[in-house]
Design a binder for this molecule. Structure first.
Ligand SMILES: O=P(O)(O)OP(=O)(O)OP(=O)(O)OC[C@H]1O[C@@H](n2cnc3c(O)ncnc32)[C@H](O)[C@@H]1O
Ligand SMILES: [Mg+2]
Length: 202
């Protein structure tokens, strides 16, 4: 573990998504004590932004306000070429809040007549870190992960759209990757590399 001097030693993770929390914790846990926002609040921030970045900032401010601590939020989603980038920032709400399984069913249905070569997609992640609720200079880092949408679900790991996301170089879905491997390759991992560099963590 690299010892670094950060301006803070604790960070609230501004997410209610168990899958994300696990991944973010694995990526940051050795450097900083990370606390889930559920320790401080139960209600979710309203994701009213028009971009991943705006929504990440909204969520980070909300958690920081409730906890009095610095907060890190992740706003992420899946952008599918054949759907003009949808579901994008609306990925979590794609099937009107009915959850991951319904989102995946709706996506497969929307693409049922789309050929392999037109099934390109990417996961996108925006991380926003605020030092306090009114921080005028949030730290923003982004990452993307290119892939393709499969015709049926494959794999049991991960969460959300992972069973439908083919990682072309490996020929498997992101739900077939062990957590450690997804955490090296994913949109979230890429954004986190940039964030660690910004914070002076190696
Ligand atoms: O807002 P918080 O509380 O963090 O939790 P959330 O699940 O609502 O998160 P988002 O608003 O950022 O929506 C992200 C959507 O994109 C999906 N998603 C994001 N990253 C993913 C990943 O690594 N693998 C699979 N699906 C992912 C996820 O399942 C959601 O449907
Ligand atoms: Mg959300």
């Amino acid at each position: 573990m690299n010892k670094v001097t950060l301006p803070f030693s604790q960070l609230v993770l501004a997410s209610n998504n168990a899958g994300k929390l696990k991944e973010l914790q694995a990526m940051l846990g050795e450097h900083i004590e990370v606390l889930p926002q559920s320790r401080f609040i139960s209600e979710e921030a309203e994701e009213t932004g028009l971009s991943f970045i705006e929504n990440a900032i909204i969520k980070a401010r909300h958690a920081s306000q409730a906890s009095g601590l610095p907060a890190l939020a992740d706003d992420s989603g899946l952008a599918v070429d054949a759907l003009g980038g949808a579901p994008g920032i609306y990925s979590a709400r794609y099937a009107d809040g009915q959850g991951d399984a319904a989102n995946n069913t709706k996506l497969l249905d929307a693409l049922k007549h789309v050929a392999d070569e037109q099934r390109g997609a990417r996961f996108i992640c925006a991380l926003a870190l605020v030092r306090h609720a009114d921080d005028p200079v949030p730290i923003i880092c982004e990452g993307a992960w290119e892939g393709r949408i499969l015709h049926a679900a494959q794999g049991e790991h991960g969460f959300g759209y992972d069973p439908l996301f083919l990682v072309p170089e490996l020929g498997v879905s992101s739900a077939e990757l062990p957590a450690e491997q997804k955490n090296q390759l994913s949109h979230r991992a890429r954004a986190m590399v940039l964030l660690r560099a910004r914070l002076g963590l190696v």
